[in-house]
Write a protein that binds this ligand. Structure first.
Ligand code: ADP
Ligand code: MG
Length: 605
């Protein structure tokens, strides 16, 4: 065959392959255009995971009537004029190929009006060809509707994943932009149902709250000045954001989100810098939840690496990695991690426990010298009562019966030392002795943690189900029923044998064995609780929330008297936990009273 220049439409289709990989790529490009246009409100409407329709409407600057058609030409942009501009890109877009690419593989309608023009314009483009252009009434801003993606590229259409998967990718994307642009109100609907909305208050924390929910955000620490409204000082490198306390972790690195100059980037190096900051604070195989915004002079970043603009090149990689790692590490070291908040007690003269609260000095929960024999015996006397003279006990006394190593100061971040059960008080708390400290364990919170970790563990291998002796019908409210029906496959993976019976009724045939004698209807209510919020949180977390919720329902309650064996089994299981210090919702599972503190209160020192 002779060499020929491909027709424009074919060239565009080939190029489109690089920009438009899947529906989420379309959402990304349209969202970036809206943000570049200075929008304060952007709504994203998706049908059938984006195959049928993706519509993004913004209240940004709009496109002048005379330029609308041009916007669909390949390499047409208002954001660059020369190649030197590439050295300091301040906008998310700059390649001028997104609209052209999208329009070459879908049916696109664009409606736009700039401020000052009386009428707006509407343009339709199908497979790269403009099919109509007319003047229409329109609000200021731009609306781009993309229908029947890949209608003319059957090969691509075949490769699209399930509607659910595409939906998740889109949700992950929109929620991430909500974090990078907290001042913009973003909303996302899937098939007419609100999936996500950000409040647009300008505060990163408010956006995080919508994405992750209160329980997670409560466990996150400020990195730098996350809410600073000022632009980064020119020429400098700034790191800010929020990062999870070590008790908050995930099984993969997908919840480490990094923005460089407002652009969400997937950069292995920067991601690794965040992970590095947690060195020894997280178990191997666990990864933090982090949202990190890195700002640096645009001339330091090459964004023109790949058509999707998700990859960047940094002029000084080392400096950027170092800055990210140090900032995250500082956040972890400076702020008392949540596990020690309220984990510090003071024995008041009146004889009650008072939680010292978040402003207690970090490390106060760690007894000075865990192995000080006098202090150990002081603790031992708690068990035997006052008839023992602590001073008369030999240094090796109680301490000597412990396995070596248990004497080390308990690590407030890591696993528990071995605890000795003393008893139960108020049918709610287990009294125990640890090396150099008195420990009170909240039996409910502790059991929640134990079930949660065992559940997560089982999920990887398959959750064993315990069949009910008799199938049990459970009726839910109609909206919950709809959500539950949609999520039945997820539930099946979580060990629930539930069938839709009709209407809002479901039949429960089996439940996860580890939940024990849980009431089937309570269990179903619990797992639908988080669905009801109407959120589709980031991939993976919805199951974790469902699990946390059902574990709470299944856990032993306060008010339940436990035998010594039961307490000891529970505490053993807690010791085996990866994050024993908090329940899955972030409440402390225990408070501690260091022996030094006891000695001080008894005026022994
Ligand atoms: P790029 O964003 O790289 O410039 P696009 O193909 O995405 O390329 O868009 C082409 C041009 O169309 C943009 O440069 C911009 O001028 C205009 N445009 C696209 N979307 C919008 C929008 N939502 N609001 C205002 N202008 C837009
Ligand atoms: Mg663009």
């Amino acid at each position: 065959m002779p060499i020929r220049v491909l027709p424009e439409t074919v060239a565009a289709q080939i190029a489109a392959g690089e920009v438009v990989e899947r529906p989420a790529s379309v959402v990304k490009e349209l969202l970036e255009n809206a943000l570049d246009a200075g929008a304060t409100t952007v709504s994203v409407e998706v049908r059938e995971g984006g195959r049928r329709l993706i519509r993004v409407a913004d209240d940004g600057c709009g496109i002048p009537a005379g330029e609308v058609a041009l916007a669909f030409h390949r390499y047409s942009t208002s954001k660059l004029t020369s190649a030197t501009d590439l050295e300091a890109v301040l906008t998310l877009g700059f390649r001028g190929e997104a609209l052209a690419s999208i329009a070459s593989v879908a049916q696109v309608t664009l409606v736009t009006r700039v401020q000052g023009e009386t009428a707006g314009s509407q343009l339709r483009v199908e497979g790269g060809q403009i099919t109509s252009q007319e003047s229409v009434g329109a609000p200021q801003g731009t609306m781009v509707g993309v229908e029947n993606l890949f209608f003319n590229v059957p090969a691509r259409r075949k490769f699209l994943r399930s509607v659910g998967t595409e939906k998740r990718h889109i949700t992950a994307l929109v929620t991430r932009y909500a974090m990078a642009y907290p001042a913009v109100r973003l909303r996302l609907t899937h098939d007419g149902r609100m999936a996500f909305r950000s409040p647009g208050t300008g505060k990163l924390k408010d956006a995080l709250m919508e994405v992750y929910g209160l329980e997670t955000v409560r466990q996150m620490l400020a990195v730098g000045e996350p809410e600073s409204q000022e632009a980064a000082p020119s020429g400098a490198l700034r790191v800010r954001g929020y990062t999870g306390a070590p008790g908050l972790s995930r099984a993969n690195r997908s919840q480490i989100t990094i923005f460089v100059n407002g652009r969400w980037v997937q950069d292995r190096g920067l991601t690794y810098a965040v992970i590095q900051a947690y060195h020894t604070l997280l178990m191997t195989g666990r990864y933090p939840v982090s949202v990190i915004l890195l700002d640096l002079p645009p001339s330091e970043v090459d964004v023109n690496v790949h058509p999707t603009k998700a990859e960047i090149r940094l002029r000084d990689r080392e400096a950027a990695f170092g800055a990210v790692q140090r900032a995250v590490r500082r956040a972890l070291v400076d702020s008392a991690p949540l596990q020690t908040v309220a984990a510090v007690g003071a024995w008041t003269a009146g004889g009650g426990w008072t939680a010292a609260g978040a402003d207690a000095p970090a490390g106060a929960s760690t007894p000075g010298a865990g192995g000080e024999p006098g202090l150990h015996t002081a603790l031992a006397s708690l068990q035997h009562g006052p008839r023992f003279q602590p001073e008369l006990e030999l240094p090796g006394g109680t301490a000597g019966q412990r396995p070596a190593g248990a004497l080390e100061s308990p690590d407030s971040q890591g696993r528990l030392p071995i605890l000795r059960i003393v008893g139960q008080i108020g049918a709610a708390y287990i009294v125990a002795e640890g090396p150099g400290e008195l420990v009170l364990v909240d039996q409910h919170a502790a059991h929640e943690r134990v079930l949660y970790e065992q559940y997560l563990d089982q999920r990887e291998k398959g959750v064993p189900t315990q069949g009910l002796l008799q199938a049990m019908p459970v009726e839910l409210s109609p909206d919950r029923a709809g959500l539950l029906e949609e999520h039945l496959p997820v539930l099946a993976e979580l060990g629930f044998q539930v069938e839709h019976f009709g209407g809002a009724t479901f039949v429960v045939r089996g439940l996860p064995a580890l939940l024990g004698e849980i009431n089937p209807s309570a269990a179903l209510e619990a797992v639908t609780d988080d669905l009801e919020v109407g959120k589709q949180p980031l991939e993976g977390t919805i199951e974790e929330r469902m699990i946390a919720r059902v574990c709470k329902t299944a856990a032993v309650k306060a008010g339940q008297v436990l035998t010594l064996q039961e307490m000891s089994a529970l505490v053993r299981e807690l010791e085996a936990c990866e994050s024993p210090h908090t329940c899955p919702h972030g409440r402390p599972t225990m408070i501690r009273m260091p022996a030094v503190e006891l000695a001080k209160q008894f005026e022994r020192t």
